[in-house]
Design a protein around this ligand. Structure first.
Ligand code: ZN
Length: 273
């Protein structure tokens, strides 16, 4: 087994590892509401597992997970850092990894909320400017064709069939037996997604592209929430339909994509050295 998990390594282990690989993965999760049946660490479990599996196959190093990010969820347990703080923390950790001798850093996002993706994208742009290492973002949450077929026609999203299946596969002991959800809450997730889509960029008077300030998006989200009813579960999809096999297939497919990225990156980087 080629796995190299930094949290279990010593100084000597890292020195030895750097003779074999120059690639490190930084998983980023979150502490976020996932209904009443999934743990707050759902995105962390997924992101860390994905990175660890890719390390087992390729031998690259996995840095300990960063377990806070940003969510628009308002339910208990959701613990945020602002997107700006997230960006800075990612930049600091990556610079520290690069200083140790890593030449490729892949930020592996386990949490797919746009505000966190934008923060990670901004961090990558800053890091790329330094040109000291290759830094890329892995933020792929789309289901492959076979997983889509397994999920079926129904609409699925946050804490629904797909995500519940993934945790049933990775940490079945943490999935609660009762999986209450309210199909009416679909509108909520859709509204937030729409706000994100329309609010990603705006042009200032000089026609420069700017990001919508976080406070403006938060205001819009709050207004939408007040117009309807308070969200109780925050689930999009039907978690009672979840199946371990769906989660297994989803993870397997994502690992393949990540491993391809790692191999491509290592090949291209050594070519331009
Ligand atoms: Zn999630």
């Amino acid at each position: 087994m080629k796995e190299r998990f930094m949290e279990n390594m010593t100084v000597k282990d890292v020195i030895e590892a750097l003779k074999k690989t120059k690639t490190v993965l930084l998983p980023v999760g979150g502490t976020e509401q996932h209904g009443w049946h999934l743990p707050l660490s759902t995105d962390a479990i997924y992101g860390y597992s994905l990175a660890k599996e890719a390390s087992r196959i390729t031998g690259c190093v996995v840095a300990p997970i960063l377990n806070y990010s940003h969510s628009y969820g308002t339910l208990a347990g959701t613990t945020n850092i602002s997107p700006d703080t997230l960006k800075r923390v990612i930049v600091d950790i990556c610079f520290s990894l690069i200083r140790q001798g890593f030449e490729s850093v892949i930020i592996v996002l386990g949490h797919g909320e746009p505000s966190s993706i934008y923060a990670a994208e901004d961090a990558v742009s800053l890091l790329q400017e330094s040109k000291r290492a290759k830094v890329v973002l892995f933020a792929d949450f789309s289901a492959s064709l076979r997983v889509k077929e397994m999920i079926g026609d129904e609409e699925d999203g946050h804490s629904g069939k797909g995500e519940t299946s993934t945790i049933m596969y990775l940490k079945p002991e943490l999935v609660r037996k009762e999986k209450p959800f309210d199909p009416q809450e679909r509108w909520w997730i859709k509204t937030v997604a729409k706000i994100h889509q329309t609010g990603k960029w705006w042009q200032d008077k000089k026609m420069r592209l700017r990001r919508v300030p976080l406070e403006e998006i938060e205001k819009k989200v709050k207004e939408a929430e007040q117009k309807h009813f308070p969200v109780k579960y925050g689930i999009f999809g039907n978690p009672t339909q979840a199946k371990r096999e769906v989660g297994e297939a989803y993870l397997e497919d994502k690992v393949k994509v990540l491993v391809n990225l790692i191999e491509e990156l290592e090949e291209n980087w050594s070519k331009c050295q």
